[in-house]
Design a protein around this ligand. Sequence first.
Ligand code: FE2
Ligand code: FE2
Length: 190
Amino acid sequence: MKLSLELEKKLREAALKQLEKGRTGWDIPHTLNSVEWMKKLIKHEGGNEKILITTMYLHDTGYPNIKKGYNFGTVKKHKAMHAEKGTKIAEEVLKKFKEFSSEEIKIITNLIKHHDDLEGLDTHERQLVFEADNLSKLDVENVTPTFNKENYSKFMKFQKEVRAPLFKTITGKKCLKRLIKKAEEYFQKM
Ligand SMILES: [Fe+2]
Ligand SMILES: [Fe+2]
């Protein structure tokens, strides 16, 4: 199902309002970029725009306001609960929209709840959410990393060893390879 421009605009506004309360310098650019990656994945791999793009706009609304200077460890600490918290926020936000049925809200919030789980990537939707999220995390040309060198090195190690092998779509894998190369170049210059 397509997502109308008008509904996307409203969603974007609602998401930004929540994301302003998140990690300084990261949650807004990362989220907007993850939406762009999702659009690209849907274009080549197929998928329901309304469900998947909405999921990306709201997937990281559960992060607390962590000011600049946070590290890989701080983020890891909040990671476990950010999906849970984001699920509740997304539900509240989407219930105010008359454009979403309760079934659609259920699907979206379930995708948000599990967007960071590395197990159970067994549906096309979950796979695309995982790939769009992680492509955005590595997209140094469009989203400036907020970690310092030491933390970026830990982040890259995790991305390459744990997350990269879980990519499945042809488009996702191809883009991931290019982004890792760019991210490594970025790291060398840090
Ligand atoms: Fe997340
Ligand atoms: Fe994310």
